[in-house]
Design a protein around this ligand. Structure first.
Ligand code: UDP
Ligand code: MG
Length: 306
């Protein structure tokens, strides 16, 4: 029988965890797998850890890692993948937005020879319109400027073979953008589609701001196109300046028409200053990522592991 590890990042999910566990048991009852759970308590401030300890007492197949503080979902997923020892490993959210009923088709996918069966939601029902708009714009942008494909609507919910998990773990970068990493490591992936579901309990941990920062992490982590933007803008400015010089020179020489210096100067200084600061800002973003990576700080720190 295949050993299946289920990795679940949890941040303040005390209400959702028991429901999640029961739903998993239901879905797995008829499947020919031997499951284990790796819940990762990402520095929760509610009763999440207590819930996990209760579950562990009830069922020794349940394991948990508890972080010393909130390190973010990406770190939690990494910790879970590292701890999981199954032949195949599933990553899923604790809030039942990732339906355990998909385990069966996912396992079928692995049987068919795929190394990964991933899910994407085809609708964004129940999500604020503005959030959907920015999400779509983000996917369009990153797929245009990055060689790594990031599928629109792809969830982190997926089942991976042991060799794919090992490949994901070999990517050691600290600012992790899993949607990119899963795609970057390659392997043939089967996509399952489903309708967006509402979370069973608690509320989303992703504010608009957090999502924005996350998407910038994705762009910086998987594309260097913004760096080339500086050169492009520089080139455009030089061309523009050249044309303007010619224009003013001819105007003054032929018509003897003096240029109103002050307004023109202010505009030029502002424009160039703005472009230069913008480009330095982009450089700064890449530099800060490089700085954080070179420190080689651990991706997470565990306080307890059982
Ligand atoms: N999560 C986490 N650490 C965080 C934020 C979220 O481990 O800092 C977990 C959370 O408990 C949940 C999953 O990541 O299991 C997805 O979070 P959420 O449901 O809030 O995101 P959404 O589904 O709204 O995108
Ligand atoms: Mg959710």
């Amino acid at each position: 029988m295949k050993r299946l590890s289920i990795v679940v990042p949890c941040y303040n999910e005390e209400e959702a965890i028991p429901l999640f566990y029961d739903a998993c048991l239901d879905a797995l009852a008829k499947l020919p797998v031997d499951p284990e759970w790796w819940f990762v308590d990402d520095g929760s401030t509610d009763g999440t850890l207590i819930q996990l300890k209760t579950l562990r007492q009830k069922d020794p197949r349940v394991h948990f890692i508890s972080f010393s503080r909130n390190f973010g979902k990406e770190s939690a997923m990494f910790a879970g993948l590292e701890a999981a020892c199954g032949d195949c490993v599933a990553v899923m959210d604790a809030d039942l937005q990732d339906p355990p009923s998909l385990f069966a088709p996912m396992l079928d996918g692995l049987e068919e020879g795929y190394d990964c069966v991933a899910t994407r939601r085809v609708t964004r029902k129940g999500e604020p319109k503005i959030r959907s708009f920015f999400a779509r714009a983000f996917y369009r942008l990153i797929n245009r400027i990055s060689k790594t494909e990031v599928v629109d609507g792809a969830r982190d919910f997926r089942l991976m073979s042991r060799r794919m998990v090992d490949a994901v773990l070999s990517v050691k970068e600290v600012s992790r953008f899993s949607k990119g990493i899963f795609s970057w490591v390659g392997f043939n992936t089967k996509w399952l589609e489903y309708e967006n579901l509402q979370r069973v309990a608690g509320e989303t941990k992703w504010s608009f701001w957090k999502l924005l920062v996350y998407s910038l992490d994705g762009i910086i982590g998987f594309s260097t196109a913004p760096l080339a933007l500086a050169s492009l803008l520089g080139l455009v400015c030089c061309l523009l300046a050249f044309v303007l010089i010619l224009y003013f020179l001819i105007k003054t020489l032929i018509w003897g028409d003096p240029v109103a210096g002050f307004p023109a100067m202010i505009c030029i200084i502002l424009l160039l200053g703005g472009i230069q600061l913008f480009c330095i800002g982009i450089l700064g973003q890449y530099l800060s990522k490089t700085y954080l990576e070179t420190k080689r700080r651990p991706i997470y720190i565990a306080r307890e592991k059982e």
